[in-house]
Design a binder for this molecule. Structure first.
Ligand code: HEC
Length: 723
């Protein structure tokens, strides 16, 4: 699956169709000298980032995205003395996924709803905040919450990808917007949650939305003017062209002419980007296709390039140097958007410049990052869809049992993947990669009548069948997930140790030269592990569940470890009940820190108040089907929610009286509950209400009891596993 395609540049005028610039006049605000000193990061400084361990200047600390800090004041011997230095409350209660930057004593973090916070990194004192005012109803276009993973900094400016598709340039000293560009078509369900990266005065940004049906691409914008310089579409718009970028000629040959073109075909670039300044190659991870099931999406087959691929491109013009497709003809939502780490390691006695990725499909890939050559691919979690990856062809050897084009199939990893967006870390000290892993399995059920419909969740799955399974007592257990912290030896292709974290949401990882690995937990702890053996050396409660990756920096003589707390993300299948108020906060720790962590209040215990409702069996069935396709991804499959979004079984009597107005008219739109009147009639809403009411009145107590009993008790049958 390796190809070389430094082909001639085809006229790209069509690709350069720039969406209208919104309101803000370009570069209107003049910078004073003092202001220009903020976030003064440039090419030279980022190239030499390893010589400035005090800073965290780009998303993965350096362009290689190792997430390794060479600071060692906090180490295996001293970590016991770690205490809270400061705490900052963001005032939000939704998912927090950001990696803060720390540049010359100032922290720049993002939070829910694409808000930006600039804080004094030594004290947590707020310097400024910026709210791009994303419309609340836009939340409906996000598969996985109104999250944001961070800003990029460059020459006194910050770059933010807002949920509604805007790329916004801020003055780093004041937080005032300098320009903004709409990078997506607002009429489609595009979102941005990933952090932009800046290389060579170009801001690189992708987007998400494949679950709803969009066409994936990533683009480069001029860091100063905001003009778009190039755009790379990852999937063709037809087999006949237009080929906006020349690589699409290669891609078009791998799609059926009867492909579901109107879905946009997906291939979104929603998270990982890394850069090697010596090779001058930009690496981009591409996501799943729109319409998960290849047989429905591209009837008759094909590899469907460039979905689930890693692309290496020239940052100057966006031309591709090589690609590697992890899952040809991808059918299981196995994105290759997961974090990519660049490192120089010794393989078979020879130093190699590698790129490492643990994509959702469960194999840990080591590629030569100059050529895309596959060096190894070993399963880092249980894998049932393929027995192995063939080293010669670079292709997986798939198991026929995993195909779900006609009949449902149970597969591991499931939809959450073996590893998702939660960043991993590489320690050159131990040579290990620390991966936040998931054990999950899922029954993929085809919707044979699938057609793309605007405003729908367009995965091509029979989501009602999934709900039916979850409602069944026995099956419930199967959909539990289990999280681990896995220490992986990329040279041997083998696990060295792992920590079992039970049921919950994984969290990003930081490795340090102090011999430590830091990771948060769903129950709100920040934990320091011994990087060599995995023993827990220190832990503290932050009061709020953590998914985001910690960072480390130094101010004066003091090393800090900081992390953003707040649970959220994809909510369809999280049955662990979150009982605290999920207060968004940014916390920083140092040796001898003695600040007090505020207490996070618990949510009140709720009672069922749903009034009785008469409904026929047919109405209830229709209600479940509609709920499954429109509501389950936020309010929980089978109306069982983690509590991060309201569990509709416990809505108040008052809410039940205005249920149609909330769902149809958008009474709560500004709070993230968009109206659905474009896809649901009054009858439909009544049917959903009847189903929710039935679940509330008849299916409450035992579900909670069972969820608690089975917490994290995932069992994958041995017969499923590879080899
Ligand atoms: C993109 C996520 C999302 C989707 C999809 C979604 N909701 Fe919501 N919903 C929310 C959020 C967020 C709230 C809470 C707003 C608040 O109070 O802050 C909410 C609140 C509600 C409430 C009020 C609950 C209470 O007890 O206060 C009802 C009723 C509701 N949603 C019904 C539905 C129905 C029915 C569907 C499917 C047609 C649906 N929602 C789809 C996010 C979503």
């Amino acid at each position: 699956m390796v190809a070389s395609a430094r082909t001639a540049i085809i006229a790209r005028t069509a690709a350069l169709a720039v969406f209208a610039t919104l309101g803000v006049p370009p570069a209107a605000v003049a910078q004073t000298e003092a202001e220009a000193a903020a976030a003064s990061v440039d090419d030279a400084r980022l190239r030499a980032a390893d010589s400035e361990p005090d800073q965290w200047m780009s998303h993965g600390r350096t362009w290689s995205e190792q997430r390794y800090s060479s600071l060692d004041q906090i180490n295996t011997a001293t970590v016991g003395g770690l205490g809270l230095a400061w705490n900052y409350e963001t005032g939000t209660t939704r998912g927090m996924e950001s990696t803060p930057l720390v540049i010359d004593g100032v922290m720049y973090a993002t939070g829910a709803w694409s808000k930006v916070y600039a804080l004094d990194a030594a004290t947590g004192k707020e310097l400024w905040t910026y709210d791009p005012k994303v419309p609340g109803a836009k939340a409906r276009d996000a598969c996985c919450d109104v999250v944001n993973r961070g800003v990029a900094a460059w020459k006194g400016r910050l770059y933010l990808g807002a949920l509604d598709g805007r790329l916004i340039c801020l003055d780093a000293a004041t937080g005032k917007p300098l320009w903004e560009k709409q990078t997506t078509d607002p009429a489609r369900a595009y979102t941005i949650t990933g952090a932009p990266r800046v290389v060579k005065d170009k801001v690189i940004i992708g987007n998400g939305g494949a679950e709803f049906g969009v066409r994936g691409y990533f683009s480069a914008y001029d860091a100063t003017s905001g003009d778009m310089l190039w755009r790379f579409y990852t999937v063709p718009a037809s087999t006949q062209g237009p080929f906006e970028n020349p690589e699409l000629e290669i891609a078009a040959k791998t799609w059926s002419s009867r492909s579901m073109w109107d879905t946009g075909l997906g291939g979104t670039v929603w998270d990982s980007i890394s850069y090697d300044p010596e090779l001058d190659l930009l690496y981009v991870g591409v996501g799943n296709a729109s319409g998960y099931n290849r047989e429905l999406r591209s009837p008759g087959g094909g590899d469907n390039l460039f979905v689930a691929s890693i692309l290496a491109v020239d940052p100057d013009d966006g031309r591709m140097a090589w690609y590697y497709q992890t899952v040809p003809g991808e059918s299981w939502d196995y994105t290759a958007t997961q974090h990519m780490i660049l490192a120089d390691i010794e393989i078979s006695g020879a130093p190699r410049k590698v790129l490492m990725q643990a994509p959702k499909n469960g194999f840990f890939y080591v590629l030569d990052r100059g050529t895309g050559e596959l060096l190894s691919a070993e399963p880092y979690v249980a894998v049932s869809w393929a027995t192995r990856v063939d080293k010669k062809t670079g292709r997986p050897v798939e198991r026929p049992q995993a195909v779900w084009s006609q009949e449902p199939a149970r597969v591991t990893p499931g939809i959450p993947g073996g590893h998702n967006w939660h960043p991993m870390a590489f320690s050159p000290q131990t040579g290990l990669v620390y991966i936040p892993t998931f054990e999950s399995l899922y029954e993929y059920s085809p919707d044979q009548a699938f057609e793309w419909r605007r405003g729908y969740f367009n995965t091509g799955e029979d989501l009602d069948a999934v709900a039916a399974k979850v409602e069944g007592f026995e099956e419930f257990a199967r959909y539990n997930t289990r999280t681990h912290l896995t220490a992986w030896d990329p040279v041997a292709g083998a696990q060295r140790w792992h920590v079992d974290l039970g049921q919950g949401i994984p969290a990003g990882v930081l490795a340090t030269a102090g011999g430590l690995v830091f990771q948060g937990t769903t129950d709100g702890r920040l934990v320091a592990y011994d990087a060599t053996g995995g023993a827990t050396l220190w832990q503290t409660s932050t009061g709020t569940g953590i998914m985001a990756p910690p960072i480390s920096y130094r101010i004066g003589n003091e090393q800090y470890v900081a992390v953003v707390a707040g649970l959220g993300g994809s909510q369809g299948g999280h049955f662990t009940r979150i009982t605290n108020a999920n207060r968004g906060r940014i916390v920083a720790f140092k040796l001898g820190g003695n600040a007090m962590m505020p207490v996070t209040e618990q949510k009140p215990v709720l009672a069922v108040e749903a009034p009785p409702m008469q409904a026929s069996v047919e109405t209830l069935a229709r209600g479940r089907a509609l709920y499954s396709s429109h509501c389950a991804r936020c309010h929980g499959v089978g109306v069982v929610s983690s509590g991060l979004y309201p569990d509709l079984r416990y809505s108040s009597a008052g809410v039940h009286t205005i249920f149609p107005r909330i769902v149809g008219d958008g009474l709560m739109a500004e709070r993230g509950m968009a109206p659905f009147s474009d896809v649901l009639g009054n009858d439909d809403i009544d049917a959903i209400h009847a189903y929710v009411t039935q679940r509330a009145r008849h299916q409450t107590g035992w579900v909670e009891w069972l969820a608690a009993k089975l917490a994290g008790r995932l069992r994958i049958p041995a017969s499923w596993l590879a080899n």
